[in-house]
Design a protein around this ligand. Structure first.
Ligand SMILES: [Zn+2]
Length: 305
């Protein structure tokens, strides 16, 4: 059971990395560590998290009884507590919370990674002054979460904000032919806007090949038509996908987190494009901002769980 220790350990389990951070009572990070996430291996994932917790406890004597919160891609089913909807598909169907608690001999809090980001940014981040906030993760996976008055909206089915697995709106004929999603459906926003989706699309769109989005950005100068065309499609699709969010819940702030949130051009290019799709008679006043706590936002939100 988490106890009186005022320290909080947050763990952000991503598709490619697992990050841990120990927060003091004021919310300052006093220790932070990142390791690669095991792929396609459930027992190895448990072991990796266990090792991170032991490292945190060894670093700081008063962390022995710290609370532990974990953000995961996906969510726990209200039906049986097992993981569902994770793009780290080896977690799906597993009683991850129960198994981790058994391994650590301690209660842990577990929530969707986009929910952690939203809570972190609405509490003391880029959207701390807003009543209604939509947070988006653009990374290995794509997800969203909605916070009103700093409270997470979970929804009747526990799927509020699952923006990544709704179809890309106003699809072109070409986009209708896009590859299916791991979730079994077609047209999901994640299949267009995740990091791996961008890399794959780039590698099938011309002669040049890359391994990361960073490489594409490095090439996106006026001389490289392949990279420029890809970024243009990315901006256009993200603008449409966010305009749909504005048309439905009309938040004051949209915060972006995850690996792709570091693409600085997003925050100027998207608002130039989304007006065409927003059902309003005036220019949108919605603020589109990067997570204030950057890629530490997920881990901070997890710690606050
Ligand atoms: Zn999907």
């Amino acid at each position: 059971m988490a106890t009186d220790s005022a320290l909080r350990l947050g763990i952000d389990l991503g598709g490619t990395k697992i990050e841990a951070a120990l927060l003091d009572p004021t919310g300052d990070i006093i220790w932070r560590h990142r390791i690669p996430a095991p792929r396609d291996a459930y027992p190895a994932t448990i072991k990796a998290v266990e090792r991170l917790v032991h490292q945190a406890r060894a670093m700081e004597p008063s962390a022995v009884n710290c609370s532990i919160g974990i953000g995961i891609p996906g969510s726990l089913s209200p039906r049986d507590g097992r993981v569902r909807n994770a793009n780290s598909t080896w977690l799906n169907g597993q009683p991850f919370k129960r198994d981790l608690e058994a391994a650590l001999r301690q209660t842990v809090q577990m929530a969707n990674d986009a929910n952690c980001l939203a809570v972190s940014e609405a509490t003391d981040g880029a959207a701390c002054d807003a009543q209604s906030v939509f947070a988006v993760i653009l990374g290995t996976g794509v997800g969203g979460a909605h916070v009103i008055h700093k409270q997470l909206v979970t929804g009747a089915n526990g799927v509020a904000g699952e923006w990544g697995h709704t179809p890309l709106p106003w699809m072109t004929a070409e986009e209708f032919k896009h590859a299916p999603c791991w979730c079994g459906r077609s047209g999901c926003i994640e299949t267009f806007l995740s990091g791996p989706a961008l890399v794959q699309e780039f590698n099938t769109s011309g002669h040049a090949k890359v391994e990361s989005v960073q490489e594409i950005l490095g090439m996106a100068d006026p001389a490289n038509r392949q990279a420029l065309a890809l970024m243009e499609r990315f901006y256009d699709r993200l603008a449409r996908a966010l305009a749909m969010v504005i048309n439905i819940i009309d938040p004051e702030v949209i915060v972006i987190g995850g690996g792709l949130s570091n693409i600085a051009s997003i925050y100027s290019e998207i608002p130039k494009r989304w007006g065409r799709w927003i059902f309003s008679d005036m220019a949108a006043v919605t603020r589109l901002v990067p997570a204030l706590h950057g890629d530490a936002s997920g881990v901070r939100g997890a710690a606050w769980l």
